[in-house]
Design a protein. Structure first.
Length: 181
């Protein structure tokens, strides 16, 4: 398999499944990866052996999209002109520490290759993946439980008010009559 066949197979597998800009981002990312590896003296066959099957890479990209992760490679921008267009699509707020994963530093914090962002002096943000049915069911169950508890509390308050409303109104009426005399 050649580089062009790899990229063509990747494109055919991704098209129609993710956005066209994400397809372009991934194709540009792997094309630049081939160029970088060629510049380091590695031929296309060695790079292809390292990467593996294009369909497997596409399936991994599609699974990450289903899990709610951005389809564009980390640190790669869909429009290189957003940041001046000089860097071939790489975002300026990333510094790459390796070609095969590893961590990448961002301006606002540290980002691992899994997309978890931590800040040294700020809050850590946790995301809940709501793409699974049981997560949505759990959220709905918690909401229903909160509503039931809220109605029970309000019902208890109104039951107390109704039970003691007669004596309280009688007391207020007698107090106002005695006060007028």
């Amino acid at each position: 398999m050649s580089r062009q066949e790899f990229l063509q197979e990747l494109q055919e597998t991704l098209e129609g499944e993710i956005s066209p800009s994400a397809v372009r981002d991934n194709l540009r990312y792997y094309e630049n990866y081939f160029r970088e590896q060629n510049a380091l003296g590695r031929d296309d066959d060695a790079v292809l052996a390292e990467l593996g099957d294009a369909r497997l890479i596409a399936r991994t990209i599609l699974q990450s999209v289903e899990a709610g992760v951005d389809a564009s490679p980390e640190g790669y921008d869909s429009d290189p002109t957003d940041h001046g267009g000089k860097d071939g699509g790489y975002r300026h707020d990333y510094t790459n520490t390796g070609t095969n994963g590893g961590t990448q530093n961002r301006e606002e914090g540290n980002s691992s290759r899994y997309g978890e962002t931590t800040r040294e002096n700020g809050p850590e943000i946790h995301y809940i993946d709501t793409s699974k049915w049981y997560v949505r069911f759990g959220i709905a169950a918690v909401c229903v439980l909160i509503l039931v508890l809220l109605f029970a509390l309000m019902g208890g308050i109104f039951a107390l008010l109704i039970r003691y409303a007669g004596p309280i109104l009688l007391f207020v009426l007698l107090y106002s009559l005695i006060r007028r005399m």
